[in-house]
Structures are given as C-alpha cells and as structure tokens.
Design a binder for this molecule. Structure first.
Ligand code: GRF
Length: 215
C-alpha cells in the first residue's frame, strides 16, 4: 500500500515508519512525506532516507479549504492510498477527512478517548492517572476521535515529569505505529460498525490491538 506521511515537526514517528517500511515484506511503501512547516526537522529525516519530501506551508494559503485542497492534490499526485499523520499539527477540514475516510490514520500520545488535545502528559500527571499510553486510530472530523486500531499502555511512575513520561510514551509510539500501519496496509484491520476488527491470521477476528505496559 502506498502511504503519504504528514508531519509538522521533529519526525521521530516518521523515522520509525521509514524503518518499518524498509523491512522486507512490510506491506507499506512511503511515496510522499509532506510538512506544513518549512522548518520541520522531519523533512531532513525523509530526505536522508531518499524519500520525496514536500513543504506545503499553510501560511501561504488564505484559508483551511485552499490548504487542504493543495494537500489533497499533492497526495493524489503521488498515488497515496493511505495517509498517516505523524505529529501533524493542523486541523483538517471535514471535506478532506471525508475524502480520506478509513484511509487516514493518526497517532496520539494517550489512551484515547482520554486526554484528547494538547499538553497530554502534563494533564495526565495533574489528574493522578496511573496508566497512560498511546493510540493509533482512523481519523474522523473531530480531533483525536475515530475507530481505535491499536493501543499501548505505559505505567506512570511516582516521580515522572511531563518530559520523562513523554519520553517513555514516545518509545511505545515508535513500536505501536509501525505495527498498526502493518495491520491496516495488509488489509487485516477494518472498520465494522464504528469499531476496528482485526484478522488474527488463524481465521478468526478480534478487536483492536493492545500492548500491555512493560514491567
Ligand atoms: C507524538 O507524540 C505524536 O503522538 C503526536 O505528536 C508527537 C509527534 O512527535 N501526535 P514526532 O514528530 O513524531 O517526533
């Protein structure tokens, strides 16, 4: 499956997807990396891997619709079949989301539906939550909503700061996103009645993938 990766910044999830796609037999191929920010560090990661990396600077477009139209045009021109948001910090219009319905996935650093939005790790600590993690899900118009494909749990430690917790969740993200992408790109994960169903390869079906917290 041909995938396009949308980024806005650091690009560490992009890096983990690049590594996965380089594995023999992995069912996805990266055909485009697009950033809405010219200064995104992830662009250099993509170029170093020999991938086509494009900037579509949202500041050069008068409104959300015209930016999204250009983004859509670039994805289609590259032959993208599945869009992977990896730290992409723009809200997409309903039209764009509808165009890529069940063909766009995102990673979020919490166990959704808890802690949608920004400053997740700080809020997790403020609430005294003991278990957090990350989620890969299909994209829907509302931010950080949509059928869950895979989740990984991460235990919160008593002495965690937002930074130490973010670092452990990020490690989990780097394992989870390639695994979830593999399920979608191979056709093993499908949305049924608003919930993701996964073929377990033994002929039966199970719910979304779950990775327990490491000891
Ligand atoms: C990750 O924590 C991801 O879950 C969130 O934004 C961050 C992006 O980090 N959506 P990176 O650019 O992939 O390093």
């Amino acid at each position: 499956m041909k995938i396009g990766i949308l980024i806005s910044g650091r690009g560490s999830n992009l890096k983990s997807l690049i590594a996965a796609c380089a594995e023999p037999g992995f069912p996805a191929e990266i055909v485009a990396v697009i950033s809405n920010r010219p200064e995104a560090a992830g662009l250099a990661i993509a170029r170093a891997a020999g991938l086509p990396a494009l900037v579509i600077d949202h500041k050069l477009y008068p409104d959300r619709e015209s930016f999204d139209a250009e983004l859509n045009r670039a994805l289609e021109a590259a032959g993208v079949e599945l869009v992977c948001n990896a730290g992409f910090m723009r809200i997409l219009s309903d039209g764009f989301v509808a165009r890529w319905h069940n063909r766009q996935i995102n990673i979020h650093p919490s166990l959704l539906p808890a802690f949608k939005g920004l400053h997740v790790h700080r809020r997790v600590l403020e609430e005294g939550v003991r278990i957090t993690g990350c989620t890969v899900h299909f994209v829907r118009p509302a931010m950080d909503e949509g059928p869950i494909i895979a989740q990984a749990a991460v235990a919160v430690k008593p002495d965690d700061t937002p930074e130490t917790l973010a670092a452990r969740v990020l490690e989990a993200e780097h394992r989870l996103y390639p695994a979830a992408l593999g399920l979608v790109a191979s056709g093993r994960a499908r949305v049924r009645g608003g919930i993701v169903e996964i073929d377990d390869m033994k002929g039966s079906r199970c719910g979304p993938m779950f990775v327990p917290a490491p000891d």
